[in-house]
Design a protein around this ligand. Structure first.
Ligand code: PLP
Length: 382
């Protein structure tokens, strides 16, 4: 049985130097950016301390042990054993996605997203100078699903790349194998490359099933590129190291034409930490997921008992709660009032889609006390 992993008390968290804890004045409770308030896994600390103790603080080169560790982790969690020779290091998931897409398209080509979606994906499309084609998720209340007709239309109209957020931040949905297989078949039919951002996958809750895109079918392996890292599940975002995985033979030379800096600018600490995470920290992850599972249910209970006007669907993975605040009467962007009056920082839904300014994303990778306090602060705003 894994030990529960619990968040640090606020007094400790406020000493952190990460942006989450530095961005707002000390009277604000910050639950925006996606990092957790838990201690990292002991095995990761040991691996990093060992590096520090030996002043092993140089550059990162080839790091096959990270690929091997990920392969074993992926095989154990999802029954997918990626080919080690098809894995490349990237600085982080953002850089990996941008640079891999740069090798695949010309400026002005079309790239598909499914809003509401992780805000930086909008920036990635701008960074590669592509034309963004938004095929919004179909929204029924708080239920979200892919719009296959819309996706086919976008593919048919000449889209070159589809950035799939799988599982999907911020709506908390995991796509099924048959949905992913349908995307793969359409992509193959219309010559689209699917870049599947799977950074949240390891945070899938027991009882839910995450399916890696490249494990879905032969078509998926012919059109798919997975970009992932240990950074969300094991809280290592500051350490900078991710992976690009693809088996598309025809694109090998093009992808190899990525600047070597994509790998070179990743950090040795990131690679060491990711290796310790994938290889030795599954117990920690289980413990963290136990706490997160309590937290996602606590939010349901708090909404039901205190502010039933908030829309919420318990997410299938991770520590991000997507909240519909449109019934609270808090103006154009409720998160502004909640920050100003309630002293709670949460991300505005407008980050994820122009149609969702009445929504918000709350990060519940924290303590039960902080979550209760967050809902008290929303109440106080009303
Ligand atoms: C879907 C998704 N992709 C990528 C990232 C960021 O990854 P990185 O810091 O490795 O660029 C995040 C961070 O929250 C995310 O939610």
């Amino acid at each position: 049985m894994a030990d529960d992993i619990r968040a640090f008390p606020l007094s400790e968290l406020r000493k952190r130097k990460s942006v989450k804890w530095r961005q707002f004045p000390s009277d604000v409770l910050p639950l925006p950016v996606a990092e957790m308030d838990f201690p990292i896994a002991e095995e990761i600390k040991v691996a990093l301390r060992d590096m520090i103790d030996r002043s092993d603080t140089g550059y990162l080169g080839p790091f096959p042990e990270m690929f091997e560790a990920f392969k074993n982790f992926s095989s154990a969690c999802w029954g997918w054993s990626p080919d080690l020779s098809q894995m490349r290091i990237a600085t982080d998931v953002g850089v990996g996605t941008v640079e891999v897409i740069r090798t695949l398209i010309n400026p002005g080509d079309r790239v598909v997203l499914n809003s509401p979606v992780y805000d930086n994906m909008w920036r990635w499309v701008a960074e590669v100078k592509a034309e963004l084609v938004d095929v919004p998720l179909i929204e029924k209340g708080m239920e979200y699903s892919l719009d296959f007709d819309g996706i086919e239309r976008a593919y048919k109209a000449g889209a070159k790349v589809h950035i799939l957020c799988s599982p999907h931040n911020p709506v908390g949905v995991i796509f099924t194998k048959s949905e992913l297989a349908r995307i793969a078949d359409l992509a193959k039919q219309y010559g689209v490359i699917v870049v599947s951002d799977e950074i949240h996958a390891a945070l899938t809750y027991p009882g839910k099933t995450f399916v890696p895109f490249l494990s879905v079918s032969d078509s998926a392996r012919e059109v798919g590129i997975c970009v992932t890292s240990a950074s969300k599940a094991f809280n290592l975002a500051g350490l900078k190291c991710a992976m690009i995985i693809t088996e598309i033979e025809a694109l090998k030379d093009r992808i190899n034409s990525m600047p070597i800096s994509v790998a070179f600018r990743a950090s040795l600490f990131g690679a060491v930490a990711a290796t310790a995470a994938f290889e030795k920290s599954r117990d920690w992850l289980e413990g963290a997921l136990k706490t997160l599972d309590e937290n996602r249910k606590l939010i349901r209970a708090l909404i039901d008992s205190k502010i039933p006007a908030i829309g919420y669907r318990i997410p299938d993975f991770g520590y991000l709660a997507w909240l519909d605040l449109s019934n609270l009467g808090l103006g154009e962007d409720p998160t502004k009032a909640i920050l100003e009056k309630g002293k709670l920082a949460i991300n505005s839904g407008s980050f994820y889609s122009p149609r969702h300014a009445q929504f918000a994303r709350l990060n519940f990778g924290t303590s039960a006390e902080n979550i209760e306090e967050a809902f008290n602060r929303i109440l106080r705003t009303l």
